[in-house]
Design a binder for this molecule. Structure first.
Ligand SMILES: Cc1ncc(COP(=O)(O)O)c(C=O)c1O
Length: 423
């Protein structure tokens, strides 16, 4: 039987990040030395207090309330009040199976085109497509560190007329490691207020901040129109736990109510043991804070190391200020690549994987033109447990220690440098 499928689904392909992960791991299993910089997963073990809480709560078997365990909602609201200066109450918190699903449901239930600063995370566009929603990529500039500027947003909103507009803004950013300045956020908030844009502020990397500036968010400057998404996956290193949180202000009560209805008719509630484990993470954060600080320091060290190497290779790349990504641009090598028959980012990444055994993701997967030669590099291919156990602090790492802790990061950079010098 050939079943007829929903045409909206037919336009989708496997998520680019998951696809590159599969290819790279298949090649590695086949014996190829692969430097896997294609998949953005935290390399660290789940912090022990979280694991312990999960073990303790294996017996929790009852369905929990649709929006989440009330004590967890309370703890999440308090966590964001204390750590981020947000003003959300427990009634404005919703728990879901990963922030990805919560972002999808939000996109699903609000009207209007989705504005996406380019480059941005791969999944926003396909999620909008699943709902038959149009997307409006807004090109950002390398000179601005790929951070969306108010004039760029203004121009895009102006061109869309009167309809409701939805902006998704990821800070710190996947794939560039960009981290917004306070003034930029204030300026963007002004535009959003003027056009009554509904903002989804994707803050999944908010605790991986390499600067000494506090995290600025639309939730500070445009709270009435901003929904914040976050979760356990990145700074708590528990992506596989699949727990995300959404903070929806009272002014957007209709969104929260609709979300509750959709959840009640779909996944019902997040698994109870995981919610109790998350209660430990958010409710007793002081026990996990040292883990978050140390792992963030490691990400910072590795990102800085790779950044210096990329610049030394003659690539353009803004210095990452958060998350665990870099976005080098091979534009300076376009001519040499053209002589090799490489005209697109996709071909470049295929060639890099084949010849240098380095896995990157092409900029086209992040809403850039197919011919753009920017690519995402996720420097997380190392043994996180070993790095965590031996970590002396970013300033105290010797070259020998770096070689021992991050051999594939260093060799991957060497391979990339060899590839470029052979062009
Ligand atoms: C920018 C961004 N947002 C959201 C997510 C989804 O995270 P999760 O569904 O694990 O909470 C990811 C995961 O890679 C991401 O990179």
């Amino acid at each position: 039987m050939i079943p007829a499928l929903n045409p909206l689904v037919l336009s989708l392909r496997e998520s680019a990040t998951l696809a590159i992960n599969r290819t790279a791991l298949d090649l590695r299993r086949a014996g190829q030395p692969i430097f896997h910089f294609g998949f953005g997963q935290s390399p660290f073990p789940v912090p022990e207090p979280l694991q312990e809480a999960l073990r303790r709560n294996a017996h929790q078997k009852d369905y929990l309330p649709t929006r989440g365990l009330p004590e967890l909602c309370q703890a999440v609201a308090a966590f964001y009040r204390r750590g981020f200066d947000y003003d959300f109450s427990a009634e404005e918190v919703c728990i879901g199976p990963g922030s990805k699903e919560l972002i999808f449901q939000t996109i699903y239930l609000v009207e209007g085109p989705l504005l996406i600063p380019a480059p941005s995370w791969v999944s926003y566009g396909p999620q909008a497509a699943l709902r038959g929603k149009s997307i409006v990529p807004i090109a950002t500039r390398r000179e601005n560190g790929y951070r969306l500027q108010a004039e760029e947003l203004d121009r895009a909103c102006h061109g869309l007329g009167q309809c409701q507009k939805v902006l998704i803004l990821n800070n710190p950013n996947n794939p560039t490691g960009a981290f917004y300045r306070r003034q930029e956020m204030e300026d963007l908030a002004e535009i959003c207020r003027a056009y009554q844009v509904l903002v989804i502020s994707d803050e999944i990397y908010a605790m991986l901040n390499f600067t000494d500036r506090p995290h600025s968010s639309m939730a500070h400057f445009y709270p009435e129109g901003t929904i914040v998404s976050a979760g356990l996956s990145k700074s708590f290193a528990a992506g596989g736990y699949r727990l995300g949180v959404l903070l929806v202000p009272k002014s957007l009560q209709l969104v929260l109510e609709a979300l509750q209805s959709v959840i009640s008719e779909t996944f019902s509630a997040v698994s109870a043991p995981i919610q109790y484990a998350a209660l430990e993470a958010y409710g007793n954060f002081d026990a996990i804070r040292p883990f978050v600080a140390k792992t963030s320091d490691i990400h910072h060290y590795v990102c800085d190391y790779v950044y210096r190497r990329l610049i030394a290779m003659g690539l353009n790349c803004p210095r990452p200020e958060g998350a665990f990504y870099l976005f080098p641009d091979f534009q300076n090598q376009r001519e040499q690549l053209r002589c090799k028959g490489i005209l697109t980012g996709q071909r470049l990444c295929e060639d890099l994987l084949q010849e240098a055994h380095v896995a990157l993701l092409p900029g086209g997967d992040f809403y850039l033109a197919a011919t753009a030669l920017g690519a995402r590099l996720a420097p997380v291919d190392y043994d996180g447990s070993a790095a965590l156990a031996a970590w002396p602090g970013k300033e105290a790492v010797t070259e020998g220690m770096a070689r021992q802790l991050f051999p594939r990061i260093i060799e991957g950079c060497d391979r990339l440098a060899d590839y470029l010098s052979a062009l």
